[in-house]
Design a protein around this ligand. Sequence first.
Ligand SMILES: [Zn+2]
Length: 208
Amino acid sequence: MTTLASKPLKCPVCSRQFESQLVLSYSVAEKDSDFCPRYLGANPLPSFLHVCPGCGFVGYEADYRAVYGPERIESIKRVLAGLTWSEGQKLGGPERYRRAALIGMYSGKKSAQIADLYLQATWCSRMDGEPEEEEKGARKKAVKYFELALAAEEFSEADIPVVHYLLGELYRRLGEGAKAREHFQRLDQFEQVDAWLLEWRNKQARLC
Ligand SMILES: [Zn+2]
Protein backbone atom coordinates (compact mmCIF):
# COMPACT_ATOMS: atom_id res chain seq x y z
CA MET A 1 0.00 0.00 0.00
CA THR A 2 1.20 3.48 -0.84
CA THR A 3 0.22 6.09 1.73
CA LEU A 4 0.68 9.86 1.59
CA ALA A 5 0.37 12.73 4.07
CA SER A 6 0.02 16.49 3.63
CA LYS A 7 3.15 18.58 4.09
CA PRO A 8 3.53 22.37 3.87
CA LEU A 9 6.52 23.43 1.75
CA LYS A 10 8.13 26.75 0.86
CA CYS A 11 9.71 27.16 -2.57
CA PRO A 12 13.44 28.00 -2.33
CA VAL A 13 13.22 29.91 -5.63
CA CYS A 14 10.04 32.04 -5.48
CA SER A 15 9.17 31.68 -1.74
CA ARG A 16 5.64 30.41 -2.51
CA GLN A 17 4.15 28.38 0.34
CA PHE A 18 1.97 25.42 -0.63
CA GLU A 19 0.70 22.05 0.54
CA SER A 20 2.27 18.97 -1.01
CA GLN A 21 2.05 15.24 -0.30
CA LEU A 22 4.81 13.24 1.38
CA VAL A 23 5.11 9.48 0.78
CA LEU A 24 4.78 7.74 4.15
CA SER A 25 4.92 4.12 3.01
CA TYR A 26 4.96 1.88 -0.06
CA SER A 27 5.72 -1.77 -0.90
CA VAL A 28 7.82 -3.21 -3.70
CA ALA A 29 7.03 -6.70 -5.04
CA GLU A 30 10.09 -7.09 -7.28
CA LYS A 31 12.35 -5.17 -9.63
CA ASP A 32 12.94 -5.17 -13.38
CA SER A 33 16.42 -5.76 -14.78
CA ASP A 34 17.05 -1.97 -14.77
CA PHE A 35 15.92 -1.83 -11.11
CA CYS A 36 12.52 -0.36 -11.96
CA PRO A 37 10.38 -1.28 -8.94
CA ARG A 38 7.07 -3.07 -9.34
CA TYR A 39 4.96 -1.57 -6.59
CA LEU A 40 2.14 -3.41 -4.86
CA GLY A 41 0.07 -0.20 -4.62
CA ALA A 42 0.05 3.06 -6.59
CA ASN A 43 3.38 4.21 -8.07
CA PRO A 44 4.80 6.53 -5.36
CA LEU A 45 7.67 7.87 -7.55
CA PRO A 46 5.87 11.05 -8.73
CA SER A 47 5.09 11.96 -5.11
CA PHE A 48 8.76 11.91 -4.11
CA LEU A 49 9.13 15.09 -6.17
CA HIS A 50 7.26 18.26 -5.27
CA VAL A 51 6.17 20.86 -7.80
CA CYS A 52 5.97 24.55 -6.87
CA PRO A 53 2.64 25.80 -8.29
CA GLY A 54 4.06 29.32 -8.62
CA CYS A 55 7.26 28.88 -10.62
CA GLY A 56 7.46 25.21 -11.61
CA PHE A 57 10.48 24.35 -9.47
CA VAL A 58 10.63 20.55 -8.97
CA GLY A 59 12.65 18.83 -6.27
CA TYR A 60 12.75 16.37 -3.41
CA GLU A 61 11.61 17.52 0.01
CA ALA A 62 15.31 18.01 0.91
CA ASP A 63 15.72 20.33 -2.11
CA TYR A 64 12.99 22.53 -0.61
CA ARG A 65 14.97 22.73 2.63
CA ALA A 66 18.23 23.57 0.82
CA VAL A 67 19.55 27.10 1.11
CA TYR A 68 20.72 28.36 -2.29
CA GLY A 69 22.93 31.42 -2.69
CA PRO A 70 21.72 34.34 -4.86
CA GLU A 71 23.78 33.19 -7.88
CA ARG A 72 22.34 29.67 -7.69
CA ILE A 73 18.82 31.09 -7.48
CA GLU A 74 19.44 33.21 -10.58
CA SER A 75 20.79 30.20 -12.41
CA ILE A 76 17.71 28.08 -11.46
CA LYS A 77 15.43 30.96 -12.50
CA ARG A 78 17.13 31.05 -15.91
CA VAL A 79 16.48 27.33 -16.52
CA LEU A 80 12.86 27.69 -15.34
CA ALA A 81 12.38 30.63 -17.71
CA GLY A 82 13.37 28.34 -20.58
CA LEU A 83 10.60 25.88 -19.66
CA THR A 84 6.93 26.68 -20.10
CA TRP A 85 4.93 27.09 -16.92
CA SER A 86 1.43 28.23 -16.05
CA GLU A 87 0.21 28.75 -12.48
CA GLY A 88 -0.80 25.49 -10.81
CA GLN A 89 0.05 23.32 -13.84
CA LYS A 90 -0.06 19.56 -13.17
CA LEU A 91 2.96 17.40 -14.03
CA GLY A 92 2.96 13.63 -14.42
CA GLY A 93 5.74 11.36 -13.09
CA PRO A 94 8.06 11.30 -16.12
CA GLU A 95 7.76 15.07 -16.59
CA ARG A 96 8.58 15.66 -12.93
CA TYR A 97 11.76 13.57 -13.11
CA ARG A 98 12.95 15.05 -16.42
CA ARG A 99 12.33 18.56 -15.13
CA ALA A 100 14.02 17.83 -11.77
CA ALA A 101 17.07 16.46 -13.62
CA LEU A 102 17.34 19.60 -15.74
CA ILE A 103 16.93 21.88 -12.71
CA GLY A 104 19.47 19.72 -10.85
CA MET A 105 22.15 20.61 -13.41
CA TYR A 106 21.75 24.26 -12.40
CA SER A 107 21.11 23.80 -8.68
CA GLY A 108 24.46 22.08 -8.09
CA LYS A 109 23.47 18.39 -8.04
CA LYS A 110 26.17 15.84 -8.75
CA SER A 111 26.18 13.81 -11.98
CA ALA A 112 25.19 10.67 -10.04
CA GLN A 113 22.07 12.42 -8.71
CA ILE A 114 21.14 13.69 -12.19
CA ALA A 115 21.67 10.18 -13.62
CA ASP A 116 19.39 8.77 -10.94
CA LEU A 117 16.65 11.30 -11.76
CA TYR A 118 16.83 10.41 -15.48
CA LEU A 119 16.78 6.69 -14.63
CA GLN A 120 13.61 7.20 -12.58
CA ALA A 121 12.16 9.24 -15.47
CA THR A 122 12.54 6.11 -17.66
CA TRP A 123 10.74 4.00 -15.04
CA CYS A 124 7.84 6.48 -14.75
CA SER A 125 7.72 6.74 -18.53
CA ARG A 126 7.30 2.96 -18.82
CA MET A 127 4.69 2.79 -16.04
CA ASP A 128 2.70 5.61 -17.68
CA GLY A 129 2.94 4.03 -21.14
CA GLU A 130 4.58 7.08 -22.76
CA PRO A 131 5.88 6.74 -26.35
CA GLU A 132 9.11 4.71 -26.33
CA GLU A 133 11.11 7.67 -27.66
CA GLU A 134 10.56 9.56 -24.39
CA GLU A 135 11.87 6.64 -22.34
CA LYS A 136 14.83 6.21 -24.69
CA GLY A 137 15.72 9.91 -24.52
CA ALA A 138 15.83 9.85 -20.72
CA ARG A 139 17.78 6.56 -20.76
CA LYS A 140 20.47 8.12 -23.01
CA LYS A 141 20.81 10.99 -20.55
CA ALA A 142 20.95 8.60 -17.57
CA VAL A 143 23.81 6.75 -19.29
CA LYS A 144 25.67 9.99 -20.03
CA TYR A 145 25.46 11.17 -16.41
CA PHE A 146 26.31 7.75 -14.95
CA GLU A 147 29.46 7.76 -17.14
CA LEU A 148 30.32 11.31 -15.99
CA ALA A 149 29.75 10.31 -12.36
CA LEU A 150 32.05 7.27 -12.76
CA ALA A 151 34.75 9.45 -14.34
CA ALA A 152 34.41 11.96 -11.50
CA GLU A 153 34.68 9.11 -8.94
CA GLU A 154 31.39 10.03 -7.31
CA PHE A 155 30.55 6.45 -6.28
CA SER A 156 31.84 4.56 -3.27
CA GLU A 157 33.96 1.45 -4.01
CA ALA A 158 31.12 -0.76 -2.83
CA ASP A 159 28.65 0.74 -5.32
CA ILE A 160 30.81 0.61 -8.46
CA PRO A 161 29.92 -3.00 -9.48
CA VAL A 162 26.19 -2.14 -9.35
CA VAL A 163 26.83 0.95 -11.49
CA HIS A 164 28.65 -1.14 -14.12
CA TYR A 165 25.81 -3.68 -14.13
CA LEU A 166 23.25 -0.89 -14.54
CA LEU A 167 25.23 0.82 -17.31
CA GLY A 168 25.52 -2.56 -19.08
CA GLU A 169 21.77 -3.05 -18.86
CA LEU A 170 20.95 0.51 -19.97
CA TYR A 171 23.29 0.23 -22.99
CA ARG A 172 21.75 -3.17 -23.80
CA ARG A 173 18.27 -1.60 -23.74
CA LEU A 174 19.57 1.15 -26.04
CA GLY A 175 20.77 -1.52 -28.50
CA GLU A 176 24.46 -0.75 -27.90
CA GLY A 177 25.70 -4.33 -27.44
CA ALA A 178 29.45 -3.65 -27.45
CA LYS A 179 29.22 -1.06 -24.67
CA ALA A 180 26.79 -3.25 -22.74
CA ARG A 181 29.21 -6.21 -22.83
CA GLU A 182 32.11 -3.94 -21.83
CA HIS A 183 30.32 -2.82 -18.65
CA PHE A 184 28.98 -6.30 -17.85
CA GLN A 185 32.55 -7.66 -18.11
CA ARG A 186 33.87 -5.01 -15.73
CA LEU A 187 32.18 -6.89 -12.87
CA ASP A 188 34.83 -9.63 -13.19
CA GLN A 189 37.52 -7.14 -12.10
CA PHE A 190 36.11 -6.89 -8.59
CA GLU A 191 36.90 -9.38 -5.85
CA GLN A 192 33.71 -8.84 -3.91
CA VAL A 193 30.53 -8.81 -5.96
CA ASP A 194 27.17 -9.87 -4.53
CA ALA A 195 25.97 -13.23 -5.84
CA TRP A 196 22.58 -11.84 -6.94
CA LEU A 197 24.32 -9.15 -9.00
CA LEU A 198 26.49 -11.69 -10.82
CA GLU A 199 23.38 -13.78 -11.48
CA TRP A 200 21.53 -10.80 -12.97
CA ARG A 201 24.62 -9.86 -15.00
CA ASN A 202 24.98 -13.37 -16.41
CA LYS A 203 21.31 -13.45 -17.37
CA GLN A 204 21.29 -10.02 -19.07
CA ALA A 205 24.71 -10.51 -20.75
CA ARG A 206 23.29 -13.55 -22.56
CA LEU A 207 20.67 -11.28 -24.16
CA CYS A 208 23.16 -8.95 -25.87
ZN1 LIG B 1 8.44 28.49 -6.77
